[in-house]
Design a protein around this ligand. Structure first.
Ligand code: MG
Length: 260
């Protein structure tokens, strides 16, 4: 038998229904914030990304810059001499795939400042080769080391060459790889170097990587000195696939030491 809610609980729940977004916060909750500060610093509301499944990429968040939605490579270019040749990778069924020998490709546009990149990748279901020869590609973001893409599922190689390593710079904290033929995600947070008014560096650039939602690189100080950059995908000769590539600009104030 269901228990009836107590009178106190009923009154409390009832009182909540009268609160709306326009109501001022109760004094006890507002704390140190003035009304003006609350209005100035209230975080923007966005629609979060849709849930990605193996079959289907999720919808990007509402404030993302879309670089690949599965339809074409119009926002990409090859990296041949002059850097203006067309990207010649295969586009099929909502993904792009490395075509061996056509070269790495890069976004036509760059992104200024701090940002969050999202992309999904899949190494061939049919396993061929080993170590660095199995499902090798990579992600290059302006001024940062390569974020390695590799089939690292039961495929040993040197530690700073595995999936989600910063190639030959930083070993991944864990190996969060899914098996060959499965879609995997990278979320990469790039914080650019920040300087004070006197020109001195007050915060070094860093890169943070989440592989399949797991932190594998955490504020690693490697690059980020350039103020902007695009994204480059590597042709390492293996038919690795990519889909759902987007970027969000971030506004991240420098971290302050206590007392500053
Ligand atoms: Mg690579």
């Amino acid at each position: 038998m269901k228990e009836k809610p107590s009178l106190a609980l009923t009154l409390f729940l009832g009182s909540l229904s009268f609160l709306s977004a326009d109501d001022p916060l109760p004094v006890s909750e507002a704390g140190r914030w003035t009304k003006e500060e609350i209005n100035e610093q209230r975080p923007a509301v966005i629609t979060p990304p849709g849930h990605t499944t193996q079959e289907k990429a999720g919808a990007p968040p509402s404030d993302a810059i879309i670089f690949f939605d599965g339809s074409d490579l119009s926002k990409w270019q090859g990296r041949g001499k002059g850097g203006e040749d067309a990207a010649r990778w295969l586009v099929k069924d909502g993904y792009m795939e490395v075509v061996r020998g056509t070269g790495s490709i890069q976004t036509r546009d760059q992104v200024e400042g701090d940002c969050q990149w999202h992309l999904e990748w899949c190494t061939p279901a049919e396993v061929k080769g080993n170590s660095q020869g199995r499902g090798n590609s990579g992600v290059f973001l302006g001024g940062y080391p390569e974020v390695q893409v590799l089939d690292s599922f039961q495929n040993d190689t040197y530690p700073d060459g595995q999936a989600s390593s910063l190639y030959k710079r930083s070993v991944a904290l864990v190996n969060a790889s899914r098996g060959p033929g499965q879609w995997q995600t990278y979320d990469i947070i790039c914080l650019r170097e920040k300087k004070g008014s006197d020109g001195k560096v007050i915060q070094p650039g860093s890169i943070t990587v989440l592989h399949n939602g797991i932190v594998t690189q955490c504020f690693v100080e490697a690059g980020g000195k350039t103020p902007s950059g695009g994204l480059q995908l590597q042709d390492h000769g293996n038919p690795v696939r990519f889909r759902n590539i987007w970027c969000r600009k971030l506004v991240v104030p420098p971290v302050k030491a206590p007392g500053q």
